[in-house]
Design a protein around this ligand. Structure first.
Ligand SMILES: Cc1ncc(COP(=O)(O)O)c(C=O)c1O
Length: 450
């Protein structure tokens, strides 16, 4: 045992000896041992506390250890811990009804999963059975989960190590005005050109062969890409024209993150299927699912649905979803999230952008914001290259370290820092966190042309 190891807790040592972590070269890992959390903060076994500006993995929408949510889980545990998916159960029934009541249009049935990847997998399965078609269109700059179909749908480098993946997936470009694939000058032009591009892709792929178009309503990890007004309606229209199922992946963007129950509500667009997970119960117990339109559910009225999971609609998870939705309503959490975006985060980031040469763009809504960092505002050269690792990623790693030293746990991805704390973060905590980021950005400014 080295002298360093003697100072480490058993949890750390057992982790390094036996826990195989996601997406990582195992030998390089040095995880924090988290021992407690409350509201927007968590702390480690060394007595260091952090403002959680990542909401863990952008899932702890309600904040850590909400007492009413913890109590609801304990109550359900005393009553009934588990039940097979083919039985009915009050926690599952109520969760499904509440989610259906919140969902737009005729989306009124719920298939429960254990998380987001299973939600996107089942969404395309539902669409394929409904249309009798196989092909699925998804965007570059997206993430849809780590299982075979979901990672093949994914349009980011996490797919590369899993190729060739599942057959029948085709990629197209979604809108991203700041780095437009269409050389658009503004949002209106980006919207028009991104829709024309999608129409072209459908023409050459054969729209009649496409089962589904899958989109993150607001792209999350790959940049908080807020679609320009009109884009989602345009996708809806193209889906209707070709008989394609429109799937909104709201695993990250849903349940208040964008200041609406579902992000699509922001544009009044009704997809055919919505995937959810994360914020529905803030990950206190794993759960996800697909909200299904009546038309698609009817396809499976007489024909069996070819999918299932032992823990589909798990009572502990469903009871926590019921409690979480109730708490959101009682405490006005969705409204609070919207106001944090319009009154605190948006204006503060816009002001910071005037002072920091490394800030190329700030964008977002609700409690879902990105600070896009550049070396040069004129050329928009990213602060670090796409998918940078090692030395090339150092400016972003230094920025993250500067935040951590100051007691803030950041979310960084490529050349961006995302501002994604719990939706229950107070105005004061939000200002405290943004002030830390403001200070830490001096590290990024050193690499930028003033
Ligand atoms: C948009 C989106 N879809 C799907 C997933 C996959 O969810 P899970 O990790 O729960 O499988 C994620 C996870 O980050 C996500 O952000």
């Amino acid at each position: 045992m080295t002298s360093l190891e003697t100072a480490r807790s058993q949890a750390y040592l057992d982790d390094r000896a036996h826990v195989f972590h996601s997406w990582s070269a195992q030998a390089a890992l040095d995880p924090l041992v988290v021992v407690g959390a409350e509201g927007s903060r968590f702390w480690d076994d060394q007595g260091r506390s952090y403002l959680d500006f990542a909401s863990q993995l952008v899932n702890v929408n309600i904040g850590h250890q909400h007492p009413k949510l913890v109590a609801a889980i304990k109550e359900q545990a005393d009553k009934l811990c588990t039940v097979a998916p083919f039985h009915a159960n009050d926690a599952r029934s109520e969760a499904a009804r509440l989610i259906a009541e919140l969902a737009p249009g005729d989306l009124d049935m719920v298939f429960f999963t254990n998380g987001g990847a299973e939600a996107t997998e089942n969404a395309i399965r539902l669409a394929r059975g409904h249309t009798g078609r196989f092909k699925v269109l998804t965007t570059y700059r997206s993430y849809h989960g780590g299982t075979n179909g979901a990672i093949t749908m994914t349009g980011d480098p996490r797919r590369w190590g899993n190729e060739p993946g599942a057959p029948g997936m085709v990629k197209f470009w979604g809108p991203y005005t700041y780095r437009s694939a269409f050389h658009a000058a503004d949002d209106a032009e980006e919207c028009e050109r991104a829709l024309a591009h999608l129409a072209d892709v459908l023409m050459v792929e054969g729209g009649h062969t496409v089962a589904a178009i899958v989109l993150e309503t607001v792209v999350g990890t790959n940049g908080i890409l807020v679609p320009p007004d009109g884009y989602l309606q345009g996708v809806r229209d193209l889906c209707d024209e070709h008989g394609i199922v429109m799937i909104a992946d709201e695993v990250m963007a849903g349940f208040g993150r964008c200041g609406e129950w579902f992000a699509v509500d922001h544009w009044d667009v009704t997809p055919d299927l919505i995937c959810f997970a994360k914020g529905v119960n803030s990950g206190y117990i794993p759960i996800g699912g697909v909200v299904i339109s009546r038309r698609i559910a009817d396809t499976y009225a007489q024909r069996p649905y070819p999918g299932g999971l032992t823990y589909s609609g798990h009572p502990l998870a469903c009871a926590s979803a019921v409690a979480s939705i109730g708490i959101f309503k009682e405490e006005g959490i969705v409204e609070h999230a919207r106001r944090l975006g319009t009154d605190v985060i948006g204006p503060t980031l816009a002001e910071m952008a005037t002072r920091h040469p490394s800030i190329g763009e700030v964008r977002g809504l609700g409690v879902f914001w990105a600070i896009e960092l550049v070396k040069d505002r004129a050329t928009r050269e990213p602060l670090v290259p796409f998918n940078a690792v090692g030395l090339a990623a150092k400016p972003m790693n230094d920025l993250a370290a500067a935040c951590k030293e100051r007691g803030l746990w950041p979310f960084t991805h490529f050349n961006r820092m995302h501002v994604v704390p719990p939706l229950t973060t107070t105005d004061e905590e939000m200002r405290e966190g943004l002030a830390i980021i403001d200070e830490a950005l001096a590290v990024a400014d050193e690499h930028a042309t003033a």
